[in-house]
Design a protein around this ligand. Sequence first.
Ligand code: HMG
Length: 415
Amino acid sequence: MGTFNHFYHKSYDERINIIGDFSELNSQELKSLYENHNERNNSLIENYITDYSLPEGIAVNFLINGEEKVAPMVTEEPSVIAAASNGARMFAKNGGLNAKVISSNLTGQIIVKTDNFNLLFGYVNTHRDKIIAVANNAHPSILKYGGGAKEVSVRQLDENYCSIDLFVDVAEAMGANIMNSMLEALANFLKTKASKDILMSILSNYSIDSLVTVSGSVKFSQLGKGNFSGKEVANKIVEASHIAQIDTYRATTHNKGIMNGIDAFVMAMGNDWRAVESGIHAYASRNGHYQGLSHFMIKEDTLYGEMTLPLSLGFIGGATKVLPKVKINQRIAKVHSKKELMQFAAAIGLAQNLAALKALVTEGIQKGHMNLQLNSLAMTAGSTDEELFTVVQSLRQMQNPNLTNAKQIIQNLRK
Ligand code: HMG
């Protein structure tokens, strides 16, 4: 255990030597860590050793609130970007996606230990203005941007605990630091001035006061595939959307498909995708069991899709400032505000979902997905860059391309 004592005090070179010895890395592996390190990132995270890069691509064909857009997406998964472009294209042919931010406040909690809910409730109601003022004084600059603490309420958690919930408009920021500073100042005030027994204070990622809604429709004529007419495909997508409402197994995969798009966009935009994920999945369970986030239905001669979800994103501050690609990605996406960012993320989720559902209820996911997965399969099997094209061509001609086949093709090629 002594090897890593005060690891964080060591210089970069010392760290690399220590990890090299400990994990018995060869010189090639060490070289790869070293060549991909960036001094700047040493200050960003702790015990830094290297950069771990992921591919970024552009999903095209988005028409959102009447504006043509493209979406930068960071993902390692083949077919995600093709599917997002495919879904966006289907919606765009019938007017595109309409997205609207319903609310964009951050929620924070102060957990109070008390068996007297009524007393706490009365205190918070009587001192509401003072509580809001204490919160705002902890981060007064937010008022300049039209933000600030807006509301406070009390919830009973059980017979011993209550939560004081603070709702803050954090303007264009993601706002975690703003919220946490306000909560800690408020907790201190409640402790010292009102003798409240405070357990902890922290923002909540259950961002139900940061909701965005998106909808769009696709003409039956855009949905036909193989032997299936557009109307048949539309009806099958409606059924698939229903199954995601009644079965958790299916809902989880249904939502994973939506998150394929949202996460990849949120990462490209330098936002905290763990916060987004936890908030969205909690929201998917708000009715007591986990359900699909999107709903598809038939409206006249179209398939209509809609989805509402919490998306607490930031346009400025945090990693958006530190990661150099984020500013470029904001320009590529032509987003100029938090509101547009939230709308775009939701739109990508719905487009991604439509493409996946259409594939699932028609030709199956493997055809389109595996077609684009062949490069990845060839690389996993050990193909060099020079061999890649030939290996993929051979795999494409196979009925069931798999890793064993790929390895065999490479072996034959090398003979
Ligand atoms: P297709 O119908 O063969 O494609 O779809 P197409 O040739 O008709 O093209 C339609 C559009 O798709 C194109 O429009 C492109 O925008 C895009 P165009 O530019 O030609 O006017 N497109 C591509 N973009 C970039 N590179 C490509 C490409 N091909 C088409 N190579 C496609 C093929 C793969 C798009 C389709 O089968 C599809 O959308 N499949 C869904 C794939 C998917 O969802 N993948 C995610 C991984 S699977 C998963 O994790 C989620 C899941 O489990 C979720 C769930 O269960 O709900 C499925």
